[in-house]
Design a protein around this ligand. Structure first.
Ligand code: URA
Length: 426
């Protein structure tokens, strides 16, 4: 077996055997196969795709490149949830606690922001003292105590994905459905929860831009997960518009807390209830409608908020965020964008707002950039709202950028308006 033959087979659309895929992955992780050969194979996959069987073999070879966790010390059914990434997506901070409050265990490993999309670990690091790295026994102890813990991806899990992902990032080979599937599912199968809910984001702010591609990725991930013996379900949710009103790390923690306090309804709330209900149903807690009612009650009663508060405290985070509004200090600089005339906001381009937020310092433009946790954008409307001239549309925040011209232009251009005539001003 050799790498050139394997590259040529994929180039000519000839299926690889399980052994050939294992040889490629193991050889790349050990350093015997160099970056240039792996890059050539990845590009062949981008152009020609892989069969479902090849994708299963690739996922399992990547999973087996590192540790596979043994979660048997967790007493309850374990359910993991994965979102394929978006703008303003703080759902993990809401549905993990809500599902745990309904009697299942949610041991979760999350990632950092990627491009214009935010990452849950960056959001949590905006809380003073919060530890995103825990020894495995402390992680599972917290899950046994509160039902929920969230940490960053351990370096010992899926080293193959780590190496292949950074190569994909620099060789234009990220946007391939089988490669995205193998990357996500290898990490999820290494975490090894009993059940897995996949939230496939679809739209301008997501990796999958069309419903067809989102559907295809969801079905493929379900197939791969089931072939590894897991209960898996994929749901497709909209990411044309940012989720909720806040984009940016500290701002999103605040919005998640407000939702768990019962103060926010709307689309973010509905998406969170739907995802929590699906996790509960997968774990055998009842029918989908019963599970919806359980999820709503867990939020309305404040039990989900208690889970989040206890988890943050056990992970070393400053839990005064739950008592003291002043904890969320405003950023050093802010800039309000006003409606230029009486308008109805027809649409909001999530990717463009994600980019504006990145310019303000909320994410990393280069790999090693430091994040400004206070940076971000707060929208003052929901799509469809009518806004009168000179009323605020959104506020931009930053500690590190005082000249808002670039970010403000980008954020403003993300909105599509309909001009209103004869609007009754209130
Ligand atoms: N998230 C991942 O973990 N991998 C991908 O390839 C894309 C999104």
């Amino acid at each position: 077996m050799n790498a050139v033959d394997i590259i040529n087979k994929t180039k000519k659309n000839i299926s690889l055997t399980e052994e050939e895929i294992k040889y490629l992955v193991n050889g790349y992780v050990s350093g015997e196969i160099p970056d240039y050969q792996m890059s050539a194979w990845l590009m062949a996959v981008c152009l020609n795709g892989l069969t479902d069987e090849e994708t299963v073999s690739l996922t399992l070879a990547m999973r087996d490149s590192g540790d596979i966790l043994d979660l048997s010390c967790i007493k309850k059914t374990t359910v993991d949830k994965h979102s394929t990434g978006g703008v303003g997506d703080k759902t993990s901070l809401i549905i993990g606690p809500a599902a745990a409050a309904c009697g299942i265990a949610v041991p979760k490993m999350s990632g950092r922001g990627l491009g214009h999309t935010g990452g849950t670990i960056d959001k949590l690091e905006s809380i003073e003292g919060f530890r995103v790295e825990l020894p495995f026994s402390e992680f599972t102890d917290i899950v046994n105590k509160t039902g929920f813990s969230i940490i960053s991806q351990s370096g010992k899990l899926c080293p193959a994905d780590k190496k292949i992902y950074s190569l994909r990032n620099s060789t234009g080979t990220v946007d391939s459905i089988p490669l995205i599937c193998a990357s996500i599912m290898s990490k999820k199968l290494a975490l090894n929860a009993d059940c897995l809910l996949l939230d496939v984001k679809c739209g301008s702010g997501a990796f999958m831009k069309t419903p067809g591609d989102a559907e295809k990725l969801g079905r493929l991930m379900e197939k791969v997960g089931r072939s590894a013996g897991k209960k898996v379900r994929a749901v497709v949710t909209d990411m044309n518009t940012p989720l909720g009103c806040c984009i940016g790390n500290s701002l999103e923690i605040r919005e998640a807390v407000e939702l768990l306090r019962g103060n926010i309804k709307g689309r973010l709330y509905q998406v969170c209830v739907t995802l929590t209900a699906n996790m509960l149903e997968l774990a055998g807690k009842g029918s989908l409608s019963e599970c919806r009612a359980m999820a709503e009650e867990a939020i309305a009663s404040g039990r989900a908020l208690t889970v989040l508060k206890e988890t943050i405290k056990l992970q070393g985070g400053d839990d005064s965020i739950f008592n003291d509004e002043k904890f969320f200090r405003a950023a050093k600089y802010s800039h309000v964008i006003y409606a230029p005339r009486d308008v109805e906001v027809i649409s909001v381009n999530a990717e463009e707002l994600g980019m504006a937020s990145l310019i303000l310092g909320a994410g990393r433009i280069n790999k090693d950039d430091e994040i400004d946790y206070s940076a971000g954008i707060v929208l003052e409307f929901e799509p469809g709202d009518k806004i009168s001239m000179d009323a605020p549309l959104m506020t931009l925040y930053s500690d590190c950028v005082s000249d808002f011209s670039e970010a403000a232009l980008r954020a403003y251009n993300a909105l599509q308006f309909k001009t209103l005539t004869g609007m009754a001003l209130t």
